[in-house]
Write a protein that binds this ligand. Structure first.
Ligand code: DLL
Length: 432
């Protein structure tokens, strides 16, 4: 089923007209209402009337996270607080929090865009959806909540944490869909094993996962352990929260809600567009936001536009799953390494669990990376020879994938830190 076929199956030329109209309105609105943009436009001699085609977006300035911090808390809002009915914030790991706001109309749009994604992921009014994202300033819980209500599903707003209770409720309330980070779904699967609960006792059919990067290997693992169809959805608070893009049941890329977001894929260094279909940084301009319109927001997330049409009938272009963040990229011994490349290898190896951590240190002016990976009890109780063979195999595979040597250590099951929200995969202890 398609939630909003008029829009989701729109003809390309009609879509581009709509995008241009909305871009022109957005640029005119920020020029009139947000002093930060008015100043920048004046300095760059930009008149909103100069935006005559979609390509003219390249004349506009970028917005980066620091701009949001510099204007903390409400400096970039385009409406008076009286018209703002919801505020979210993302704390990030360093520095000042960033604050985003929504008018009543923004909340309606948000719910509708998530309803599209939820429907594309197989969920309907017949489903019971357990939302295990945190409710609060994080956009995951509330975002998915209102989307699920819009499609008419029965929502269980359990929020994050309390893993055993999650599972009891999932079994007793017969939840058919689970919404959380992909890594948390595997924590639930581990806890099921501890509790002696079999997936056949559950009614789960679908998992809608987002909020952090994950791999095809992890999708397979989730499918095996929970017996569900797992789809990916993506977004970020600065441009709305979840709802920017999501996979349909083809599970082959995330359809971008292009009537509400203009997405550019740029080289993160030169900031020029990359050739069609190549990997670059996603730069997003929301086209309909009232309270918090940002222009050309640099997400730091890396992905690419997938070629070809999707058999599901939606015409919105698909982006590949996010490969990582340009600021997550590790430079180890001068080589660029993404945690996702390591995850991909680990998921191909027998005898390891889907929990890992990458530790980077600096010794005598040289980098050393160690991948800690949880081994199954079976492997750890095996002979040393067997364990060594597994470690050597992982090392060889990582070496050929990354082009550098890394250390690999098998650790006991459950010895690595778990998170109920976004997983922490990298510990970089280097100081320069
Ligand atoms: O994580 C919004 C969200 C919530 C999306 C729930 C999907 C589901 P922030 O906390 O602002 O917002 O974090 C945004 O998380 O720039 C990406 O780096 C990462 N991210 C979000 N979804 C995905 C995904 C929410 N599906 C940052 N794949 C983004 C990879 C993701 N990374």
């Amino acid at each position: 089923m398609i939630w909003d076929p008029d829009k989701e199956c729109i003809q390309r030329d009609r879509l581009q007209e709509l995008q241009l109209e909305r871009l022109q309105e957005t640029v005119a609105r920020v020029a009139g209402k947000v002093p930060f943009y008015r100043r920048q436009f004046a300095e760059m001699h930009i008149d909103p009337k100069d935006i005559k085609s979609l390509d003219d977006i390249r004349r506009l300035p970028f917005t980066v996270k620091q701009d949001l911090r510099d204007n903390y808390p409400y400096g970039l809002f385009a409406v008076p607080l009286k018209e703002v009915v919801r505020i979210h914030s993302s704390s990030g790991t360093t520095g000042q929090a960033t604050v985003v706001g929504y008018t009543r109309k923004d909340l309606g749009t948000w719910a509708n865009l998530l309803a599209r994604i939820i429907t594309a992921a197989g969920v309907s009014a017949n489903d019971v959806v357990q939302i295990a994202f945190g409710y609060g300033l994080f956009t995951g819980g509330f975002g998915l909540h209102y989307g699920c209500e819009a499609v008419g599903a029965s929502v269980i707003p359990i929020s994050s944490g309390n893993t055993r209770r999650q599972l009891q409720i999932m079994r007793d309330f017969k939840s058919t869909a689970l919404v959380c980070t992909p890594s948390y779904s595997l924590i639930l699967a581990d806890a099921m094993r501890d509790m002696g609960m079999d997936k056949s006792e559950l009614s789960l059919r679908y998992g809608l996962f987002g909020g952090e990067p994950w791999s095809e290997g992890m999708r397979r693992e989730i499918h095996e352990k929970l017996g569900i169809v797992a789809t990916d959805n993506y977004g970020l608070s600065e441009v709305m929260g979840p709802g920017l893009s999501g996979e349909c049941l083809e599970c082959n890329g995330l359809h971008i809600n292009e009537d509400h977001f203009l997405v550019e894929v740029l080289d993160p260094v030169t900031l020029d567009p990359v050739p069609e279909g190549e990997v670059g940084e996603l730069v997003v301009t929301p086209l309909t936001r009232e309270a918090f319109p940002v222009i050309r927001y640099r997400t730091r997330d890396l992905s690419r536009i997938l070629p070809g049409e999707c058999p599901c009938g939606r015409t919105f272009r698909r982006m590949e799953r996010v490969l990582g963040r340009s600021d997550d990229m590790l430079i180890i011994k001068g080589v660029n390494v993404f945690p996702m490349q390591i995850e991909k290898v680990l998921f191909e190896v027998e005898g390891t669990e889907p929990h890992y951590q990458i530790i980077v240190e600096r010794e005598h002016h040289s980098d050393r990376a160690t991948v800690l990976v949880e081994a199954t009890d079976a492997l750890l109780s095996d002979q040393m020879r067997q364990q060594k063979a597994t470690v050597d195999h992982i090392k060889r595979r990582l070496n050929s994938e990354l082009g550098i040597n890394v250390e690999v250590r098998l650790v006991e099951e459950r010895s690595l830190e778990r998170s109920e929200g976004k997983a922490r995969r990298v510990i970089d202890r280097r100081t320069y």
